[in-house]
Design a protein around this ligand. Structure first.
Ligand code: UDP
Length: 402
């Protein structure tokens, strides 16, 4: 018999605009695992906050998957920074929905600490197992980001959650180590379950066609970045690395994602690029829908992941699935996913000159035809969301079968 699963994704909707400040890998994760669990015959209700008057309170997303918008008593969007205060209101809405619908949930899986706090309230109320996925860990973010600090409330709640929840799901072994080191999490309640990639969506597109479509010349060296413009993403590091590659005249760095051209981060990046005299080599492509992203991945010589911190790093799997190699810093799942010299390189450290050398080496390999897009894609074909969902089920069933 299928399970009734409540997923909490309060601060970021699984159908939000990917690439914006607070909407990225977590939304993709929730959407994809829910869809895969639904296909396996389980029923999933994803709870998020109401963000616009026009949204239906309940949307049928996929087979067996519903998206439920909770208003928290507010007409419109509640800013992320205010959400903590509104959690009791959202709890009220969630409980009303559950009793109106008479659904008995077998398990609650919350995403990010704000949903975790809500999940911990629900866990007591419904007496159901509660699993948490942090997606990012506040203490680790603070260690690498010196411009914005995560709040004490966040850190204290993350530590408390590690203690009170029944299970923690992390996407990489590194995250498990961090949770043990910083929050004293019990190792035996942490499940390492890797993320996946949608292999139907992310597949190679003919390179010449992709370049024509994006108006990139065949001769240009295209280095691609895909992601949010958050300080942890290491764009400063990447720009510095690029400044060491002045001898590669035709190199262009294409940046996909980010907030509008009027955002503070965009202006900051422009001024850093000007300071390093690399601004003429940048192409700001803006946010691109996932359906179109394979054209970007396929047009590129290499995808770069210059992050100071990632809990996993989905864009790496997406690029590899499109047959494009990746050069990355040693974060998240990079060392597990990338095969050294065959599908990319993982830097030993965060030194920008070293990163530049790896980018150049990978571009050279690409130019000399030393890489096989087919082999690169094959290297990730086992990383499916169906696998992630099956492993999640094993975790859920530890309690539901007991
Ligand atoms: N993404 C997108 N369009 C953009 C930028 C990003 O669809 O313009 C998607 C990308 O395909 C990936 C996700 O956003 O699935 C980013 O996930 P990742 O794990 O790389 O980073 P996170 O956002 O979790 O830090």
């Amino acid at each position: 018999m299928g399970l009734n699963i409540a997923m909490l994704s309060i601060h970021s909707s699984p159908i939000g605009d990917l690439g914006t400040r607070d909407t990225g890998g977590m939304s993709v994760y929730v959407r994809e695992v829910a869809q895969a669990l639904g296909r396996l015959g389980h029923r999933i209700d994803i709870f998020t906050q109401h963000s616009s008057d026009r949204q239906d309170p309940v949307i049928d997303l996929y087979d067996n998957v519903r998206l439920i918008h909770l208003s928290g008593g507010v007409n419109g969007n509640i800013a992320k920074s205010d959400l903590y205060e509104y959690l009791p209101n959202l709890l009220f809405d969630l409980k009303s929905f559950q009793s109106r619908q008479r659904v008995a949930y077998d398990v609650v899986h919350s995403h990010y600490w704000l949903s975790g706090v809500l999940g911990a309230m629900i866990q007591e109320w419904w007496h159901v197992p509660h699993l948490v996925t942090y997606h990012t860990i506040g203490v680790v973010k603070n260690r690498v980001n010196h411009t914005e600090k995560e709040s004490e409330v966040r850190l204290a709640n993350e530590k408390r959650l590690a203690d009170v929840c029944d299970g923690i799901v992390v996407p990489s072994a590194k995250e498990k180590e961090y949770l043990i080191q910083y929050y004293d999490a019990q190792p035996d309640k942490i499940w390492v379950i890797p993320c996946g990639v949608n292999l139907e969506r992310f597949k190679p597109v003919d390179k010449a066609f992709a370049r024509r479509r994006l108006a990139f010349s065949n001769e240009a060296i295209i280095v691609l970045y895909v992601g949010r413009y958050s300080p942890v993403k290491g764009l400063d590091h990447l720009f510095k690395a690029l400044s060491y590659l002045g001898h590669l005249d035709s190199l262009r760095l294409v940046l996909v994602g980010g907030d509008s051209e009027h955002s503070r981060m965009y202006e900051h990046l422009q001024s850093v690029a000007k300071g390093l005299n690399i601004h003429h080599r940048l192409v700001f492509a803006g946010r691109i829908r996932q359906e179109i992203l394979p054209v970007y991945y396929s047009a590129a010589d290499v995808l770069v992941v210059p992050s100071h911190y990632e809990s996993f790093g989905l864009v790496t799997l997406e690029a590899l699935a499109c047959g494009t190699p990746v050069v990355a810093t040693p974060v998240g799942a990079m060392k597990t996913v990338i095969q050294e010299g065959v599908t990319g390189y993982v830097a030993d450290n965060l030194d920008a000159r070293h990163f530049a050398q790896l980018m150049e080496a990978m571009v050279l390999k690409q130019r000399e035809g030393d890489l096989s897009p087919a082999e690169i894609r094959t290297s990730v074909t086992e990383w499916t969301w169906t696998r992630s969902a099956s492993l999640l089920l094993e975790a859920y069933q530890t309690w539901t079968d007991a």
